[in-house]
Design a protein around this ligand. Structure first.
Ligand SMILES: Nc1ncnc2c1ncn2[C@@H]1O[C@H](COP(=O)(O)OP(=O)(O)OP(=O)(O)O)[C@@H](O)[C@H]1O
Ligand SMILES: [Mg+2]
Length: 330
């Protein structure tokens, strides 16, 4: 088993909501509510869950793009959450993010060469301008773009090409960990496949670890070594990909898998997970999934289940699954 690269413990992130009386802020919303997560060197860890479950917030916390309200994140042996701003800036070359929207994430007034060179300048990589330009050309080649791209502006490129520019910028400083936040969901299917292939090739050649945030479970099944399932700010199940898809143990994971559209064209798409998600500012007591859960028992509305190991590598936060597992073992 490879070494742990990123390790989060007890992460909590609250946001102030609006809608209070006379424009005052409303109740707090816990977007991430007590998450422990490890990412291993060189792996792809998938992060799935409904919209609003806290995936992007968790991804941003892991690379300290936003500050947690509680908990900590370690990158190798550095405690990121304790680093002063200057040191954090220096550490940033080791972890990067690729955003969903290649249109919104590139500065429209900068030439592509400058966009990709920016992190090199910040991290003082390359002796001079000439060396940095060479490095930019090398990066363009690595992501499958022509050298002539350096002098063009983002609007001159297609969505897929813009995502390639974003990827070139993300890998410019040789990161070890990349948060890929729905990196292909804004692209057409054939372009999606090209970008995913590029990401996988780069992982092989650069030894990157990815946190791969996705809605599309078929992509996750195909690409990820392990998967974590998020529901309302918490991880409810985590397992090696094949195991999770073969034997999902959390009722929410099962509902997610059942609602995944068939790969075969023409077949109807089953309904999404039934029932509405609970209000994020007033989550139900106990297990947050219990109001929608087909197998909930009394305990589920009383006590929050912990994320416990079922087997060595398969963890689930579900009282019913824990009970079944302990009966099987007895
Ligand atoms: N900056 C913010 N201010 C206030 N609330 C926020 C902020 N960012 C996120 N939230 C809220 O936190 C919760 C989690 O949001 P997040 O974007 O992490 O979810 P997500 O799982 O990435 O969703 P999606 O699949 O739609 O991208 C949501 O209820 C969202 O409205
Ligand atoms: Mg998101």
């Amino acid at each position: 088993m490879s070494e742990t690269l990123v390790s989060a413990r007890g992460l909590v992130k609250r946001f102030r909501t609006r809608g209070g009386w006379l424009g005052r802020s409303g109740p707090d919303l816990k977007a991430v509510d007590g998450v422990d997560l490890d990412v291993r060197a060189g792996e792809t860890l998938g992060l799935v869950g409904e919209s609003g479950s806290g995936k992007s917030t968790l991804g941003r916390l892991l690379i300290r793009l936003i500050e947690p309200d509680a908990g900590n994140v370690r990158f190798e042996d550095q405690e990121l959450t304790a680093l002063p701003a200057g040191e954090l800036r220096r550490m940033r070359r080791h972890f990067q993010i690729i955003f969903q929207d290649p249109y919104g994430s590139l500065n429209p007034r900068m030439r592509v060469g400058s966009i990709i060179a920016e992190p090199l300048t910040i991290h003082r990589i390359g002796a001079d301008r000439k060396a940095r330009r060479e490095k930019v050309l090398e990066l363009l080649d690595q992501v499958g773009l022509e050298a002539s791209a350096v002098d063009k502006y983002p609007h001159e490129f297609s969505g897929g090409q813009r995502q390639r520019i974003g990827i070139a910028r993300a890998i410019a400083c040789g990161p070890r960990f990349v948060v890929a936040d729905e990196p292909v969901s804004a692209l057409d299917p054939p372009v999606q496949a090209q970008i995913l292939n590029l990401l996988m090739d780069l992982q092989d050649s650069l030894g990157l670890a990815y946190l791969f945030i996705a809605h599309d479970l078929r992509l996750v099944e195909h690409l990820c070594d392990r998967v974590a399932v998020m529901y309302q700010g918490r991880i409810v199940e985590q397992a090696p990909t094949a195991e999770l898809f073969r034997e999902p143990k959390h009722p929410y994971t099962r509902a997610l898998l059942d609602s995944t559209p068939s790969i075969r064209p023409g077949e109807p798409t089953p309904p999404a997970v039934e029932g509405d998600p609970p209000s994020p500012t007033a989550p139900p007591p106990g297990c947050r999934f219990h109001p929608r859960c087909p197998v909930a028992v009394d305990l589920c509305s009383e006590k929050q289940p912990g994320l416990l190991p079922e087997e060595a590598t398969h963890r689930v936060a579900c009282h019913v699954a824990h009970e079944t597992n302990s009966r099987v073992r007895a």
